[in-house]
Design a protein around this ligand. Sequence first.
Ligand SMILES: O=P(O)(O)OC[C@H]1O[C@](O)(COP(=O)(O)O)[C@@H](O)[C@@H]1O
Length: 348
Amino acid sequence: MDHAADAQRTDLMTITRYVLNEQSKHPEARGDLTILLSHIVLGCKFVCSAVNKAGLAKLIGLAGDTNIQGEEQKKLDVLSNDVFINALKSSGRANVLVSEENEEPIFVEASKRGRYCVVFDPLDGSSNIDCGVSIGTIFGIYMLQEGSEGTVADVLKPGKNMVAAGYCMYGSSCTLVLSTGTGANGFTLDPSLGEFILTHPNIKIPKKGKIYSVNEGNAKNWDQPTTSYFIICRYVEKAKFPIDGSSPKSLRYIGSMVADVHRTLLYGGIFMYPADKKSPNGKLRVLYEVFPMSFLVEQAGGQSFTGQGRALDIVPKNIHERSPIFLGSYDDVEEIKALYSAAEVKKE
Ligand SMILES: O=P(O)(O)OC[C@H]1O[C@](O)(COP(=O)(O)O)[C@@H](O)[C@@H]1O
């Protein structure tokens, strides 16, 4: 009888147990972060089951409204948004909420207010919902500034100020990747237990990858500014026809940031959503897409770059601000950074 394997098989590290352990490293949180995270986890379980039975439960298709991003809301977008807003409010630990689906920040009523601010994309990858391709929820957590009663200023802070971030991917399995600032860990939902179990401890992204992930369909719009167009194309051109004889990189693009970043975290490589003519500031939103994903990638040993600097150093001016993003394996992002600084030198 292999007792060690048995012990491991029966000694389950659930996400609740993991967060409770982490709590000891955050005495100032007095358990509040644990309670808040447990409500986010509950929301993820709810959305996971709704996504799994979407076709059966007539949750496929449009809800009939358009959100602040000008996107037609899917039924699951609206449902997920309501689930997370209610879960966060009922935690009694949340204060300011920012959702991709809500134009304005949500200020939790005083009786239920806590010390944390949560920025979230309730269902990322909406374009993939109806065809059953992996989608996900993304979240980032800030602590209220000293003496603040909770204003939008508490979330218009650099991403490096976050105390925790994560995403939950609804794919072939439901996987939640979380960081509270001491590494990134992945948990898989065991539907029979209804528990997230630690399956990817201390994720370390490979230093260099063989995959690049970008919507090349936007290539013709990439030349704004012209130099960045040239830089990125040159990067992709370099990637397809390597100068130094190494094998070409493979293109992988799902079109759901959660799924593309999850693969990048595990396999290495680079995920990019550059600026272009159509969206000179890129497409992805700083607070609830760029920041949480950059936080996790850095915690896993990778890096995240905007074309101008470290993504987590951005000081957002509004809650739905967008930014170009290049994130992934340390060496791959170093290459892009080198191309950008070369272009800067050229401009001088
Ligand atoms: O279709 P495009 O332009 O490549 O954009 C895909 C990107 O947009 C997103 O779908 C935006 O997210 P939402 O679906 O939450 O609006 C990302 O998940 C994805 O990386």
